[in-house]
Design a protein around this ligand. Structure first.
Ligand SMILES: [Zn+2]
Length: 163
C-alpha cells in the first residue's frame, strides 16, 4: 500500500475517512489492525464498552480501538462504497467501486452491529437519511391531503347549511 488515498475528517457522525484522490474499484485501502482477542477476552472487551471490535471468525476478534488503527474511522453505511474482508486472521478494507476525491469511505458493519449498536432507526448513513426524509415527505403529503379533505367537507357542510 502506497501513501493513504484518504484523510481523517469531520463527518456527520463524528469523524470519518474521505478520499483525497480517485481510487479504483477493488483497491485495498487499509488494514483493520489491533491485537487478536480470543472469545473470552472479546466478550470482556465488549462488556467494558469497546466499540472497535471486529469479529474475524468464531474464535478471533481484532481489538481495533488504538488510534493508530486508521481503519477504526471508517463509518458504517447501508449503501457502502467499500467492504471489509478477511485473509486468515487479518482484515482489510477494499473499495467496491471507483471513488471520487472528497467522497466519504464507508463499509457495511453488518446487520448485528446495526441492530445492536447503532439501532436501525438511528442509522445516519446517506441511504437511511434519504429513506427517512422520503418517509417524512410522504407523511406530510398524507397530512396535507387529509387536511384538504377535511376543509372541503367543512365547505360542503357550510354550503348545505346555507340552503
Ligand atoms: Zn443506514
Amino acid at each position: 500500500m502506497a501513501r493513504r488515498p484518504f484523510r481523517l475528517g469531520r463527518s456527520l457522525t463524528g469523524l470519518g475517512l474521505f478520499a483525497t484522490r480517485p481510487i479504483k474499484k477493488r483497491s485495498r485501502i487499509a488494514e483493520y489492525k489491533g491485537p487478536l482477542l480470543d472469545v473470552k477476552k472479546a466478550e470482556k472487551a465488549e462488556r467494558s464498552g469497546n466499540r472497535y471490535l471486529y469479529e474475524v471468525n468464531a474464535r478471533w476478534t481484532i481489538d481495533g480501538k488504538a488510534r493508530s488503527n486508521i481503519a477504526r474511522y471508517f463509518n458504517h453505511s447501508c449503501n457502502p462504497n467499500a467492504e471489509s474482508y478477511s485473509v486468515g486472521r487479518r482484515v482489510f478494507v477494499r473499495t467496491l467501486r471507483n471513488i471520487k476525491p472528497g467522497e466519504e469511505l464507508t463499509y457495511d458493519y453488518g446487520i448485528d452491529y446495526l441492530r445492536n449498536v447503532i439501532g436501525k432507526s438511528r442509522c445516519k448513513c446517506s441511504r437511511c437519511r434519504k429513506r427517512r426524509a422520503r418517509r417524512a415527505r410522504e407523511l406530510r403529503l398524507v397530512r396535507k391531503r387529509r387536511e384538504a379533505r377535511a376543509a372541503s367537507k367543512r365547505k360542503k357542510a357550510r354550503a348545505s347549511h346555507g340552503r
